[in-house]
Design a protein around this ligand. Structure first.
Ligand code: ADP
Length: 619
């Protein structure tokens, strides 16, 4: 596999993908996310209902029929007494009653119920948390119970759907287990409940219900069928009781008119509280637990998705990256469903957003990088083309001179003097050519950041004199007078050859873009720690809105194009580059039709030491 981008972009890329993952994880903690998680949970619930092979429990329902036939809720204690008596003939393993009996009723009825309770083995009675503590059944009932269990449904779900119960609930100084848990305990012969912060254990069954803020939530595997056996049927037909032999029986009111607590399950069914307790019991008895994934697991999976997205778009190019990215999204969407089947509740929103955001971030980053690369290679190509143009254009003049002169020498007999003169000319033109190539290469390397600048010392006056001498013949041909600078002793440090190229370029531009008969000025002045080398002309000038462009490679002003002077628009960009490399900057002042002043502002650290000046004069 080949890496697509240079590694300097790696840090930026990693931080973008990482940031996307962090945003996704934080988004997973919002209220909106938990709503989505709940929807997904309920959806998976319908998709994968629990397999209940042999139920250990049964529900005896005091339903509409029972109430109609046996005198309604006013006679509930008699109904319960008769039901318990009938159950005792089976007998069940344990009986859990989900009817609050906190107040004394009709004494005769209470006596009947108490006697029935006394005959019931392993009876579990309900209690409720009210302001001020636990509300228990009256003592005459509770003394026949092996234990009390609370019957609170979980009230934390904002959407009103019951998904869990709290296995333990605390009133100050008095902790109670859930009715279903206690019923399970007595279905296992009343073995003790062993607790640890992470789970509970009864008779070798581990119940993964970690304690959170004093409560232990247990997710219930609701079974679709919740109707149960009608108490009326049980009372009419003694043989029905036989079905309940050895089971744990939950007895409660299910009649719509009388049940105080009806709850909505993830399956969308409205069920009475007693059915919830029965399903909670069955969840424990069948060991079909649904445990929430730990925060650490969620973090690890989310970062794994982000890392996979990151690797995909880092190592893969083109459509294959997008195909793998799409596959990753598919996995992220299905992993929570798969884990649900395994009994692990994984937050759906976090999984999905931890894949989507990093994939989107990585793909976008990649898109911009590829676009940037394209742009870069386009401009490299254009630069290369212009460079070729520049080289051929600039070299044509000296080459033509050399070619012409050498032909003259070969074809005609000429005086020794003339011959020497032409040979001298060939020599100087070929030197100019070589210099040009060298400068060009130096500047190219400078632009690429490949070369270290030479660090020579040279006098400003000497530098200006050299350039002036070279430009005067050209200026004279155009009858332009260039005024020489005032003497100065300032010294510059840097690459003299490049500096000469810069000053010479400004001077030739002044000549090139001025009318015949005008004047130009060259000056070099000290201003604080800086030397200002200026070339002023009375030429065509530059429009204000074009000034900022003249240092752009290959830019030529409209006036320059119209002047008929040939040019490539590369010279000033090189000058600018050279000045910048020397720690300085360029300044331009110009008015159309009135002339321009180009100034190189360069740092100057010292006055010329005598030998530096004379050394540079010798060159
Ligand atoms: P070239 O002269 O080869 O076109 P340069 O990079 O040296 O390229 O200059 C870029 C442009 O800046 C020129 O084409 C011209 O439009 C403008 N320019 C440079 N110097 C002058 C000047 N002294 N007066 C007017 N315009 C100038």
């Amino acid at each position: 596999m080949k890496k697509l981008w240079p590694s300097k972009q790696l840090a930026g890329y990693i931080s973008v993908v990482f940031a996307a993952a962090v945003v996704a994880i934080f988004a997973g903690w919002t209220g909106f996310a938990s709503r989505i998680d709940n929807y997904a949970y309920d959806f998976f619930f319908g998709l994968y209902p629990p397999h209940v092979e042999a139920r250990e429990s049964a529900l005896v329902a005091i339903d509409e029929n029972t109430l109609n036939e046996f005198g309604g809720m006013r006679r509930i204690r008699s109904i319960l007494a008769a039901t318990l008596d009938r159950l005792a003939t089976a007998p069940p393993k344990a009986v859990a009653l989900d009817v609050i009996l906190a107040d004394p009723g009709d004494p005769a009825e209470d006596a009947k119920l108490e006697a029935a309770m006394a005959r019931t083995h392993d009876l579990v009675l309900p209690c409720e948390l009210v302001p001020g503590g636990w509300e228990n059944p009256i003592p005459r009932f509770s003394r026949h119970a092996v234990a009390l269990g609370h019957i609170h449904a979980d009230d934390k779900a904002r959407d009103g759907v019951s998904r869990q119960i709290q296995l333990e609930k605390l009133a100050p100084g008095d902790r109670r287990w859930a009715l279903s848990l206690v019923a399970f305990q007595y279905s296992r012969g009343g073995q003790p409940i062993m607790e640890s912060p992470e789970d509970l254990e009864i008779a070798g069954v581990r119940i993964p219900a970690a304690r959170r803020a004093g409560e232990r939530p247990l997710r219930i595997r609701f079974a679709p069928d919740t109707a149960g056996i009608s108490a009326a049927d049980l009372l009419h037909d003694p043989s029905v009781a036989a079905e309940l032999k050895g089971k744990t029986v939950f007895v409660g009111v299910t009649a719509l008119t009388a049940a105080r607590d009806r709850l909505i399950t993830p399956l969308g069914e409205s069920v009475p509280g007693v059915a919830v307790h029965r399903d909670a019991f069955e969840t424990i008895a069948q060991g079909q637990f649904l445990t929430p994934a730990s925060n650490l697991t969620v973090l690890a999976v989310c970062f794994a998705f982000a890392a996979a997205a990151g690797f995909t778009f880092w190592y893969r190019g083109g459509w294959s990256a997008y195909v793998i990215g799409a596959g990753l999204l598919g996995v992220a969407h299905t992993v929570p469903a798969y884990l649900f089947r395994q009994g692990l509740v994984f937050p759906y929103f976090a999984a999905v957003s931890a894949a989507w955001l990093p994939v989107a971030a990585a793909a976008t980053y990649r898109y911009f990088v590829v676009r940037g690369q394209l742009h870069q290679s386009e401009s490299d190509k254009a630069r290369y083309r212009q460079a070729i143009h520049f080289v051929t254009h600039e070299m044509r003049t000296p080459l033509t001179a050399i070619q012409g002169s050498s032909e003259l020498m070969g074809r005609y007999v000429m005086s020794e003097d003339k011959r020497k003169q032409i040979a001298l000319m060939i020599n100087s033109e070929s030197k100019r050519l070589a210099r040009m190539i060298q400068t060009f290469l130096d500047v190219e390397r400078l632009t690429e950041g490949q070369t270290d600048l030479k660090k020579e010392q040279f006098g400003v006056e000497d530098l200006m004199a050299t350039c002036l001498a070279r430009v005067i013949p050209i200026a004279e041909r155009k009858q332009i007078q260039i005024h020489p600078p005032e003497p100065t002793t300032d010294v510059l440090t840097g690459d003299r050859e490049l500096m000469e190229y810069a000053v010479y370029n400004l001077l030739t531009n002044a000549v090139k873009y001025s009318e015949a008969g005008t004047e130009a000025w060259l000056s070099g002045e000290r201003s604080g720690g800086w030397v200002r080398i200026s070339v002023r002309d009375q030429g065509i000038g530059i429009d204000a809105k074009e000034i900022k462009n003249v240092f752009t490679k290959f830019y030529r002003t409209k006036k320059a194009e119209a002047s008929g002077e040939s040019g490539t628009g590369i010279g000033l960009s090189i000058v600018d580059q050279i000045v910048k490399e020397h720690g300085g900057r360029m300044e331009v002042a110009s008015r159309p039709g009135q002339g321009s002043t180009f100034t190189m502002i360069l740092p100057c650290h010292a006055e010329a030491p005598v030998d530096a000046l004379s050394a540079s004069k010798r060159m």
